[in-house]
Design a binder for this molecule. Sequence first.
Ligand code: MLT
Length: 260
Amino acid sequence: MRIDVAGASLHVEVRGSGPTVLFVHGFPLTGELWSPVAERLAGERRSLIPDLRGHGRSGVGEVTGLRSHADDLVAVLDATGVAGPVPVVGLSMGGYVALELCRAHPERVGALVLVDTRAGGDSQEAAQARRDTARRVLEQGSTVLADSMVERLFAPSASPELRRRWHELMAATPPEGAAAALLAMADRPDSFATLRDFRRPVLLVVGAEDAITPPDEARLMQEAAPHARLEVIPEAGHMTPVEQPDRFAEVLLDFLREVR
Ligand code: MLT
């Protein structure tokens, strides 16, 4: 379905039936990240999978920090008839957005699943590097991002098909969308306090071979939220849901069944 919100038309996949789960993809990815998982959940859960503004099949509009994405998620929930809190599953930048949603609209988040992500903000150097990358993407296009990211996204065992497909999807990201997301990530706050204060169930998932947000980042989050469960998935890099969809769906469903 398509949802018009704040100057952008968002593409949202709605899959399966049952209690709703909201999925948030990373940068510069698309909702396709969650397809294999939604397929495995379809008998038990309804998956809402938006392409964030500036990514995939969604329009770009204006992005003012991660808050724009968090507000868009609320619009997606409203448009699909969800009034109460739901589990929110976010990978990498999707995790930053999920934590922003906890700050801006805590009443919409029933449980948090943070996948291949981190709670810390950027160092000054990292933020500057993102701003430089944003400039380069606007000048040269998103292929520069796809080229620089594709190898680091996956565990060494990932198939060439998977790498090819995601290179293609990343390269198709509108440069204005990618640049806006880079600037939003550069300005994001530290989220450890948000995580510590989040009193509902938390699941942390990380690929054992994630080179972008390694398992140590997940361990730091678990220290901040000792009630969180931590699952380290073997033979997965930063793209756990597409690299190990069976194992990921099993871990997620176990958690969702418990938090009902
Ligand atoms: C992502 O996968 O969303 C990004 O790599 C996150 C980041 O650059 O911090």
